[in-house]
Design a protein. Sequence first.
Length: 155
Amino acid sequence: MQITRAGEYGVLGLMNLARRPVGQVAMIEDVSREENIPKSFLGKIFQNLVKAGIIRSARGAGGGFLLLKRPEAVTVLEVIEAIEGKIAIQRCLQEIPDCMQQPGCALCLVFEQAQDQVKEVFSHTNLADLLKRQSTMSRLRRTTAPKPKLALAAT
């Protein structure tokens, strides 16, 4: 299983919306530019998030996208599954399993345990958590960045 760029960009786009004041509408152009995501691709991703009820789109002058839930209420799992569909790390775990060994396959059981762990991490991580982590990492980078060296003049 690999989370595609669509899933990654969806989370990044929502983090961008979550950084804005409550109720502020964001233009797709601004989110696209600020997160370095192709505008047309982000538009398609955001449409999936609108269908999932995570964001709302507003048309016309002053239109754009608005986060409908508090950042604490939006999990990474919810976002990824809204964009990618239900997580299934192996074909035996799909909604309609495609496995000749099921039921009773020991390997399928291991896949299921791994999938449960992934889903647990994603379901216990929300947008607010990611924003806090990002802020902490930014502060660490600023404090540990090498100081510019002064060049000594030749005499």
